[in-house]
Design a binder for this molecule. Structure first.
Ligand code: SAM
Length: 276
């Protein structure tokens, strides 16, 4: 028992929260598991937490039980609001719920630093939210860490190293300015209803500054060009950025015949600097 509220199965039955596929609803009902995910975010007692998609509130309860100073939860499905209101009543002043689309709501007015983001993300908007959080106008970003559930295949793309199919834009974007690791892998049976594939929780910590200097926009353009045609050699895939790309690559010590997935972060940053 992590709190004195009723079991989630009862909450879901009482509020008739049948999962809707269009909203990416796969709920976690095991509160020991949600508390474990909350613990993966580190000490929460001095932090505000942004949670996207609380649903019936399993992870929200885990976050509050683990001592989060304040939780701001953004949920699109109005059917979940009464269940979330019960959690808020059990933790006076510690839970604020906003109803709406997390892609459209600016949460910052409701949060005080330091801020951690913890979420079992709806699969349909998960990657878009991650890319937004990784590409703010200024660095360091508003958050100190992101602890996020994804489909395992997406989680593997975030932490991938050069040399494999999983390595690409997401890995470079994430690892340029964050420490990223998978902290937990879950089978479909951990969710109700079970999704088709396994899931994994990724923990990303924002570094104070990028690992290697580069202009974010130029780096993004180079990486996008290289991986949009990932089977081509760099001298072909990057020609659109510079007709003399072959000589430039040679000068930087990057083999022009290499393919994008063989090139590490440091070399991509060197190329971005050279093109700036
Ligand atoms: N956090 C709950 C849990 O772990 O059991 C629910 C996770 S479920 C995978 C995703 C949740 O995100 C659902 O409650 C869904 O209604 C909500 N959701 C989907 N799209 C959303 C959006 N654009 N903004 C906010 N919430 C959204």
């Amino acid at each position: 028992m992590i709190d004195s509220l009723p079991p989630l199965r009862d909450v879901i039955a009482r509020h008739d929260l049948r999962a809707r596929k269009a909203l990416g609803q796969n709920f976690l009902l095991d509160l020991n598991l949600t508390a474990r995910i909350a613990r993966a975010a580190g000490d929460l007692t001095q932090s505000d937490v942004l949670e996207v998609g609380p649903g019936p509130g399993g992870l929200t309860r885990g976050l509050l039980a683990e001592g989060a100073r304040h939780v701001l939860a953004i949920e699109k499905d109005p059917r979940c609001l009464p269940a979330l209101a019960e959690i808020a009543a059990a933790h006076p002043g510690r839970l604020t719920v906003l109803q709406g689309d997390a892609l459209k709501i600016d949460p910052l007015a409701h949060l005080n630093p330091p801020i951690k983001v913890v979420a079992n993300l709806p699969y349909n908007v998960g990657t878009e939210l991650l890319v937004r959080w990784l590409t703010p106008r200024d660095w360091p970003p508003f958050w100190e860490s992101l602890t996020l559930m994804f489909q395992r295949e997406v989680a593997e793309r975030i932490v991938a190293k050069p040399g494999g199919k999983a390595y690409g834009r997401l890995a470079l974007l994430a690892q340029w300015r964050c420490e990223a690791r998978i902290v937990l892998t879950l089978p479909p049976s951990a969710f109700t209803p079970p999704p088709k594939v396994a899931s994994a929780v990724v923990h990303l910590t924002a570094l104070p500054a990028p690992r290697f200097p580069a202009d974010a926009k130029v780096l993004e353009r180079v990486v996008a060009a290289a991986f949009n045609q990932r089977r081509k050699m760099l001298r072909a895939s990057l020609r659109g950025l510079d007709p003399q790309i072959e000589a430039r690559l040679e000068r930087l010590g990057i083999p022009p015949t290499a393919r994008a997935e063989e090139i590490g972060l440091e070399a991509f940053c060197a190329l971005a600097r050279d093109l700036t």
